[in-house]
Design a protein around this ligand. Sequence first.
Ligand code: ATP
Ligand code: MG
Length: 357
Amino acid sequence: MTQDTYRLGVMDGDGIGPEIVPAAVRVVDAAAQELDIEWVPLPVGRTAIDEFGTPLPESTVEALSGVDGWLLGPHDNASYPEPHRSRLNPSGFLRKHFDLFANIRPARAFDGARALVPGTDLVIVRENTQGFYADRNTFAGAGEFMPTPDVAIAHAIFTRESVERIAHEAFRLARQRRRRVTVVHKANVLRLTSGLFLDVCRDVARQYPDVEVGDAHIDAMAAALVRRAPEFDVIVTENMFGDILSDLTAEIAGSLGIAPSVNVSATRGMAQATHGSAPDIAGRDVANPVAMILSAAMLLEWLGERHDDPAPARVAGTIRDAVADTIRGGVTTPDLGGSAGTRAFTDAVVVSIKHMT
Ligand code: ATP
Ligand code: MG
């Protein structure tokens, strides 16, 4: 079913957020001529603390329940006054509240973006709710505790249901790509937890006989990626391994500044750059908006799939081509060795879109 209007929340966040999130909105608007997108600006982060006394106002969460998806800028928890600093951060809360169980993090080398391993084009599908970050777990409560002041204990949780749904996500994605899935685990040591993850992924793999499946230990995988990243297509893994591996693959592909992601459930999508709020460069018009722009494109692609509407995916393709063109043409921000500012880079992407559409 195609939809007339897509309503999307937009939250600038902290640090470089107010620079890169509006850049992403501008680019989507330029490319989305055949789509009707209604942006719903919502407060989050430091500005929300000043105005509402909390980094994630109840009104924001309520409004998000009524939209198709949203762009979430980075937030800088460390800069919040107490008690906000020690509480669950806004994106952690939203992942949990809306059960955004799949964190999709592509790493693609762009020509002209100084990739450490040229030819890299892979996607990490990270389970977002369980594993070793058990604080995110829905039924375990706090995942860490200290029985005495000198002993700290953490637990990890894996359930068949949660591993199944992330595995299906990975295999479905592989069918749209090069049809290869690598399951990353540590089942030789963590026999029960990582063992369950591997076993369930292998069970799910039987339903996708057209997709080639392999597996690797997390340590061996880290080493393999540094030299052989282009051999990998879709990597499915648990929460903490995925968090760490995706920073590695972002750098292999060029820079944190170009690494996009979405967090999705069956019914909601949240676009979020992989990087943080970069307070060291905030407000200077030097931040790279690519990660945020490409995250917005991923959200459109997800929306199109969910609503069985080809238009958002076409818009996403236009955005990706325009970003790739701009970088190939030598217009880049300082993190990629160029001298374009955030605004100048965004202008160049918009011009490239106008040439295409
Ligand atoms: P967080 O705790 O929020 O994840 P972090 O400490 O991991 O934050 P980031 O904010 O991700 O740090 O920044 C890490 C480094 O990368 C910083 O030096 C920052 O300036 C740089 N950086 C991050 N994002 C960008 C970007 N979009 N453009 C340019 N540089 C960036
Ligand atoms: Mg970080």
